[in-house]
Ligand binder design. Sequence first.
Ligand SMILES: CC(C)(COP(=O)(O)OP(=O)(O)OC[C@H]1O[C@@H](n2cnc3c(N)ncnc32)[C@H](O)[C@@H]1OP(=O)(O)O)[C@@H](O)C(=O)NCCC(=O)NCCS
Length: 308
Amino acid sequence: MQPFSIRCYGDCDGQRVRELYTAGVWEHFPRARRHLLGQWWVWVAVGLVLGLLLALPLPPVLALGLGAVLLATVHQLLRHVWSSLINQNLRADLLDPASHYLGREGGCFWVAECQGQVVGTVGVVPSNASPAELELKRLNVAITHRRRGIAKALCRTVLAFAHTSGFTAVVLSTSLIQTEAQHLYLKMGFQPTSTVLPPNLLAKLTNYTIHRYRLTLAGEFRSLDPKYPLGINAVKQSSGGSQPDPDPDPAPGAAAAPATPKWGWQRHREQQQQQQQHREQRQWHRTGSELSKEQGAELSRERAPGVS
Ligand SMILES: CC(C)(COP(=O)(O)OP(=O)(O)OC[C@H]1O[C@@H](n2cnc3c(N)ncnc32)[C@H](O)[C@@H]1OP(=O)(O)O)[C@@H](O)C(=O)NCCC(=O)NCCS
């Protein structure tokens, strides 16, 4: 199995993060369609339309053909709705994860990288409901890299961040068709808290429920794995990453907090400052070399009379 590592989001990851998100949501389209077909009223509507078409003074083949065209149109309409949902979510935060997640106090965004390619993502922002709670969002792993523990490692990174940043709990929402994610969250120690219906007509008509989960950081997280209480070491271990391990063998129950825990936005600001410094250094070198060229030219002009 190829090793992977987890790092903070950088501006160069934007396109890949959006691709992963889009692919992850499209992947669920067949399940959403199956869920829709599981609603009794859909079959009543299909039966009524077909009955109506067959009742028309048309040859049965034409009536059935019209029915097929109608079903194909409905299918395209559903794809359009799904695609609009993706675009709406992309616009909400993923068009600019740096400012939405890293530019916000308490926010952060990570990517999992394998052989130089981004294969997983996760972000956090303080929850709207309670600023003491952190909301986990946009957890996604490339279909080519599933079942290797990448999502677990990303979750542990979030839990470690939440813990060291002083949040009391991590909360998240997932939909009824995201069954792998539900297994994952239960495995990570999250507890289901409520089930809600989104406030849109289609979701209400299809009973497309959203499931909320919560993990309180006081006890459950530590009990996940006493050897790696904050998950950081577990991430390193499973990733085989080359980053230095803060505490290779922490005492059971000990908090393996990083030496200087930093908010996502603090890291982001640091990165920006480093980039600015780098730009200034390059400018300085450029100016220096331009100066030396000018000085050289001046010197040769000064020397020129003697030489000639
Ligand atoms: C959900 C998702 C992130 C899991 O990623 P992953 O890297 O494959 O997960 P991991 O390998 O870390 O597996 C962790 C646990 O998740 C559960 N899980 C993952 N895939 C599963 C599957 N196909 N069936 C059942 N359980 C599954 C298991 O409990 C697993 O633990 P185990 O391997 O010890 O049994 C991934 O399937 C995905 O990106 N799906 C599409 C996007 C999505 O639904 N995101 C969730 C947003 S709320």
